[in-house]
Design a protein around this ligand. Sequence first.
Ligand code: PLP
Length: 396
Amino acid sequence: MSEKKPHATSTEAVHGGTAGERPHHTLAPSIAQTATYTFENTATLERYMRGEDPDPEREEYGRYGNPTVRELERRVAVLEGAEDGLAFSSGMAAITTAVLSLVKTGDHVVLFNDCYRRTRQLVTLVLTRFGVEHSVVPPGDLGALEAALRPNTRLVLSESPTNPFLYCVDLERLTAIVKQHGRAKTLVDSTFATPVNCRPLEMGVDLVVHSATKYLAGHNDVLCGVIVGASHLVSLLRDARGVLGSVLDPHAAFLCIRGLKTLGLRVERQNATALAVATALEKHPAVERAYYPFLESHPSYAVARAQMAGGGGVVSFVVRGGREAASRVVDACRIAKIAPSLGGVETLIDQPAIMSYFELEPEALARIGIDPGLVRLSVGVEETADIVADLLGALS
Ligand SMILES: *Cc1c(COP(=O)(O)O)cnc(C)c1O
């Protein structure tokens, strides 16, 4: 199988989506800290309202657009090879706005069972209240996906790699199956992949969403969501954002742009470190099982190799001895900090059974396949050898 080159390049990460000279010839973008925009006179206003303004960059009000946010949207669109993009106040704001724009009462949604817990709750708890049905299928099982599709299926929601087991879904096959069966749109949460490792739009996916809080912003200091895709779909979501109010603050957009510039550097380092960590963990006697897309033992290894340039920065593993043994390992780490979230420059560690899934009884955990000894590690950009040593030290 051929080694994939990075999809989005570092040159694109630094320069992509910026156009021409900036006001005052600044190199960095300005933070357009404004809630609204002025019109010189009523004639200008009327021309704008009719859609005849000669300035395509003019904005009307902060909930509909902001130049700093716009730059972020264009930059992510370039990295994903998309026509257009749209930024939101968080990853969940992006997902909620997209899902609410694409389905209505009587429709049906398909999603994978190994997915971000709040996305699953949006579909299973919120959409249900509005008469939208759903089916949940295992991520690797495209046969189950095909069987779940109905004439009223309007949306197929997937992640790749998934959380926390890092299954990579064959996106070309997924989109082919969905297209063959009617008019459902595919929305792929590519937060764990980043456009450096995978570009789902090139595989026929309709819309890609990111929790930019994670890799795109990359510094664990800002919440942000971004969606990219074809202009007509993005424009539909832009109208919905104006109604739902899920807008990104311009200062947060600035921080996200600043983070994006080093995306290529960070992800390449994180790919290498995570593979080194996963390889070391897999061989360790205190580890029952390690999950990483680029480990040959991972069930979706072949798919990962075929569609990803790197395995990403998250490694999940099961510590022998269950919940207490895993907690001892987590507590013994010095570099890895205990925190939810992932994708930033700091290495973070999390024990899903006592964090994301804390309210579930052991039987319920077993039903969804979360081992009490499961640990999820998001590697940062510290030295690879230091992170590996931190984990091996904690395990002994
Ligand atoms: C964190 C995360 C989200 C939610 O993003 P927020 O920015 O925290 O709202 C959605 N999907 C995935 C895969 C995530 O990791």
